[in-house]
Ligand binder design. Structure first.
Ligand code: NAD
Length: 378
């Protein structure tokens, strides 16, 4: 029988890699699930709730890891945890694989490392896509946090004492997080507009009842890559975009920025001059903060005030709704592991030729094997 270990995360990470629901499902597949006592506490998954679904609760990390075939984590496990696994064991987590110095010592110990953020964006893998599940929650929470900081009401209210005007929200970047931010701001009663450089987003924005604002020139028509991501835009496009944004942002109350380009620093979309022209008391939540931010002046992990505008640069916003974030993340991991279980004889076997395996496998047999992590030629 395959043993799946789930150890507690560090103090900075409230999420956990398993939920009562996935313990039950993994057990039904034929695995034994062993969870370190307290690992689910910050997601309100008590030891008792996990145990009731079939988990074995171990007192320490060492006891959890002893003899395990698979280790599931949210963040990258420590070298000490990896050392306690047998060679050939499988590890699945958000590994931050581009940090080579952090990955190499783990790879060297001979475990098979799978990086969940490398999940291919194909329809078969949608249920395993941790970036999407977490970005959805981040987009939602960004609007809730902004509304709370704004200090004014969002919906229009007609009262006997007078009318409260609707707040204006502007969402920059309409990927998974941006779409959820639009939907949330609409539900809360704001007047919502949104921008992106990928033409496919126009219809998505409009179907959510928001106004689409963008420079729709020839370059815009070509801005989406075959993989569905945005391309870096030319300086000429950026200048036209900046002019449009400068005019639009002046009258906005809440701005949520989510714009990213894979493998690059976040594009700068809001300048200090634009901030100076905004209304004092406006709020910006910059979801691109971890990648340098879309806003001039964003400080990752902090809230700052520039020209009277509050700018929040959250890190791990999904982690601030840990119950939901852990439930969805655990389901992503379950869907991934389910690939490898034989439903009839309940055996576990990795198919190394599967596109999803090849896409996520970072290290095997002591070596880093992912093509995106090949050393660059000097
Ligand atoms: P992302 O986090 O990489 O970027 C967020 C958004 O920022 C994107 O919409 C991008 O176009 C936009 N952006 C980039 N540069 C910009 C600029 N200069 N100005 C304005 N906006 C800019 O995106 P994501 O949320 O990961 O989604 C990327 C794509 O992947 C989408 O098409 C999404 O539908 C698709 N997707 C597919 C799957 C799947 O099939 N499994 C899963 C998730 C997402």
């Amino acid at each position: 029988m395959v043993t799946i270990a789930v150890t507690a995360e560090g103090p900075e990470e409230p999420r956990v890699a398993v939920s009562p629901e996935t313990v039950k499902k993994l057990t039904a597949l034929g695995a034994k699930v062993r969870v370190q006592s307290g690992a689910g506490a910050r997601s309100r998954f008590s030891d008792e709730a996990l145990k009731a679904q079939g988990a074995e609760i171990a007192a320490t990390a060492a006891e959890t890891l002893a003899g395990a075939d698979i280790l599931l984590k949210v963040r990258r496990p420590s070298a000490d945890e990896i050392k306690q696994l047998k060679s050939g064991a499988m590890v699945a987590a958000i590994l931050d694989p581009y940090d080579r110095a952090g990955i190499e010592p783990l790879a060297g110990s001979g475990v098979n490392l799978f990086s969940m953020e490398f999940m291919p964006r194909i329809s078969r893998a949608q249920s395993m896509d941790v970036l999407s599940s977490q970005a959805n929650l981040a987009g939602y929470k960004a609007v809730v946090d902004a509304a709370s900081l704004f200090g004014q009401a969002l919906p229009m209210m007609m009262t006997a004492a007078g009318t409260v005007p609707a707040a204006k929200a502007f969402i920059m970047g309409v990927g998974v997080a941006g779409l959820q931010a639009i939907a949330t701001a609409r539900r809360m009663g704001a007047v919502v507009s949104a921008t992106d450089v990928r033409p496919a987003t126009k219809e998505q924005v409009q179907s959510l009842g928001a106004k689409f604002v963008a420079v729709e020139d020839e370059e815009f028509k070509q801005a989406q890559t075959a993989a569905g991501y945005a391309k870096p835009m030319s300086p000429e496009y950026q200048a036209k975009q900046a002019e449009l944004v400068a005019n639009h942002i002046k009258v906005q109350d809440i701005v949520i920025t989510t714009a990213l380009i894979p493998g690059r620093p976040a594009p700068k979309l809001v300048s200090a001059a634009m901030l100076a022209a905004m209304k004092p008391g406006s709020v910006i939540v910059d979801l691109a903060a971890e990648r340098g931010g879309n806003v001039e002046g964003t400080v990752p992990g902090q809230a700052v005030e520039v020209s009277g505008v509050k700018i929040v640069g959250p890190i791990n916003l999904a982690g601030s709704v840990p119950v939901n974030a852990s439930s969805l993340y655990a389901k992503n991991l379950y869907a991934f592991l389910e690939l490898f279980f034989d439903k009839k004889d309940k055996s576990f076997k990795v198919n190394w030729d599967d596109e999803i395996v090849k896409g996520t496998l970072v290290a095997k047999d002591g070596k880093i094997v992912h093509p995106s992590l090949a050393p660059q030629p000097a």
